[in-house]
Ligand binder design. Structure first.
Ligand SMILES: *Cc1c(COP(=O)(O)O)cnc(C)c1O
Length: 401
C-alpha cells in the first residue's frame, strides 16, 4: 500500500501536464533528495531567501529574487510591494489601499481568474483596450497608447500577462509606464520553456516578473519566483517572511533589505504572511531551477515525441483522428490531439473524458479542446507503460476492440 492508498485516494494517470489541480509537475529525484536533506536541519529562512535572491538573480539576469508560494503568490507580493514600497504604514494597512495609489492598468484581453492574486493585495484593476476580435467587431488588439491614456494620480503600476501572442509587446508597455515612473508587474507563470524566457522577459525592462516553480521548472508544486528590481523585491520579501523576531535583533538579509529603509524598525507580519514558503520548498525550487536552467530536462523531453507517436499508433483503427503538434525547439513538449469521430463513436469528447476519469485506473487528459471534440495529451507525466494504458482505455471507451 502506498501513502495515497492508505488515505483511500487513488493515484491517476496524468495526461494533462503540470496543472495545479493534479499536483503539478513530477519532481526530479535530485530535487526530492535536496528537499529531504533540507528538512533535516533548521536554518533562518531570511538567510535562505537572501541566498535564493542571488541564485534567482543569476538565473534571470535581474537584481533580486524571492521564492514565493507559487506564481500567484508572487503576483500578490509584487502588487503589494509596488503599492507600499518600504512604507510600514502602507504595509500594515493592506489590503486596505484607499489612502494611496492602488490602480493597476491591464489590457482587458489579458484579464483572467489569476488576476485575483493581484486584487488580493488590495489593488484595483483598470482595464484598457477592447476584446473586439472575440465578437468579430473589429481587428485591433490593445495598443500601448491606451495604457498611457489611462494613467492618473491613482495609478500604482501596470499588470501585464505574458504569452508569445501578447499584444501590445511588453517592451512597448514598459516604455510607456517608465515614462511616467510606473513599474510593470508581469505574469509569466507558464512561459517556461523556452528557458531563454528566464532572462528575456526580465530583459524587457519589466520591474517584476512572476514565474511558476511547479510547472516546467519542476520544483515543488507550491513554489514560484518573483524576480526583478531589488527596490521592489525587498518590500515583497518584508511582506512575506515571518516578522515575529525581536525588533532589536531583526537582522534582514543584506541581499534584499537595507535596514535603514524602514523608518526606525521592522514592519509587522505583512499581507504575504499567509503565503509562507518552507526551507525545503526553497531548497527544492533552487535545485530545480539549476537543473532547468542548465538544460537537464532536454534529454527526457527528446523522448516525448516517439512516445506520443507510439500512443497515436496504438489508437489505429479507433474512431479518432490523431495529430501531434511539435515546435521542434527541443525544449517545448510535443502535444497529441486525439479528436473523437463523434458520429462513428456515438459519444462526444466530454463524455469520453468523463468516463476516462471515472475508469480504472483513472486517466485525466487535457480538457482545453473538448468543445472541438478533442482530447489533449500532454506527455510530461507519461512513461511507456502509462501511455499504453491510456491508449487501451481510449480504445475501450470508443468500443474499438
Ligand atoms: C499557472 C498560472 C498562474 C499560477 O501559477 P501558480 O504557480 O500555480 O501559482 C498564474 N498565471 C498564469 C497565466 C498561469 O498559467
Amino acid at each position: 500500500m502506498g501513502v495515497y492508498e492508505d488515505l483511500g485516494v487513488t493515484p491517476i494517470i496524468n495526461a494533462s501536464g503540470s496543472v495545479t489541480r493534479l499536483g503539478g509537475a513530477p519532481m526530479p529525484r535530485a530535487v526530492l533528495d535536496a528537499m529531504t536533506e533540507a528538512a533535516a536541519s533548521a536554518v533562518p529562512i531570511e538567510r535562505l531567501q537572501g541566498r535564493a535572491s542571488v541564485e534567482i538573480a543569476n538565473a534571470t539576469g535581474v537584481e533580486a529574487g524571492l521564492v514565493t508560494a507559487g506564481a500567484a503568490s508572487a503576483l500578490t507580493l509584487g502588487a503589494a510591494a509596488i503599492m507600499t514600497g518600504w512604507d510600514r504604514g502602507r504595509m500594515e494597512s493592506l489590503p486596505q489601499t484607499d489612502k494611496f495609489p492602488n490602480e493597476f492598468v491591464v489590457a482587458r484581453e489579458q484579464r483572467s481568474g489569476y488576476d485575483h492574486a493581484v486584487r488580493a493585495a488590495g489593488a484595483r484593476l483598470v482595464e484598457v483596450g477592447f476584446n473586439e476580435i472575440v465578437p468579430g467587431a473589429g481587428v485591433r488588439r490593445t495598443e500601448s497608447w491606451e495604457y498611457e491614456a489611462a494613467f492618473g494620480p491613482n495609478t500604482a503600476g501596470v499588470l501585464y500577462v505574458y504569452t508569445p501572442d501578447s499584444a501590445p509587446p511588453l517592451v512597448e508597455v514598459v516604455a510607456r509606464a517608465h515614462k511616467h515612473g510606473l513599474p510593470v508587474l508581469v505574469d509569466a507563470a507558464a512561459e517556461l520553456p523556452p528557458r531563454s524566457n528566464l532572462v528575456d522577459i526580465p530583459a524587457t525592462g519589466a520591474d517584476l516578473v512572476a514565474f511558476s516553480g511547479g510547472k516546467s521548472i519542476r520544483g515543488p508544486q507550491s513554489t514560484g519566483i518573483l524576480a526583478g528590481r531589488r527596490e521592489l523585491v525587498g518590500p515583497a520579501f518584508a511582506q512575506l517572511v515571518d516578522m515575529d523576531d525581536h525588533p532589536s535583533l531583526w537582522d534582514p538579509p543584506a541581499e534584499l533589505i537595507d535596514f535603514e529603509r524602514f523608518d526606525g524598525g521592522p514592519p509587522r507580519h505583512g499581507v504575504g504572511r499567509a503565503h509562507k514558503v518552507s526551507k525545503e520548498e526553497i531548497v527544492g525550487l533552487l535545485t530545480a531551477l539549476k537543473l532547468f536552467a542548465a538544460g537537464a530536462y532536454d534529454e527526457e523531453v527528446a523522448g516525448y515525441l516517439p512516445r506520443l507517436e507510439r500512443l497515436a499508433a496504438a489508437l489505429d483503427g479507433a474512431p479518432v483522428n490523431c495529430t501531434i503538434h511539435d515546435s521542434g525547439d527541443g525544449e517545448s513538449f510535443p502535444i497529441l490531439d486525439i479528436t473523437v469521430d463523434e458520429s462513428q463513436a456515438g459519444r462526444n469528447a466530454f463524455d469520453v473524458c468523463r468516463s476516462l476519469r471515472n475508469g480504472t485506473p483513472p486517466v485525466y487528459v487535457g480538457h482545453g479542446k473538448l468543445a472541438q471534440g478533442t482530447l489533449v495529451v500532454n506527455p510530461l507525466h507519461l512513461d511507456d507503460a502509462t501511455a499504453d494504458t491510456l491508449a487501451r482505455r481510449v480504445r475501450e471507451e470508443l468500443g474499438a476492440d
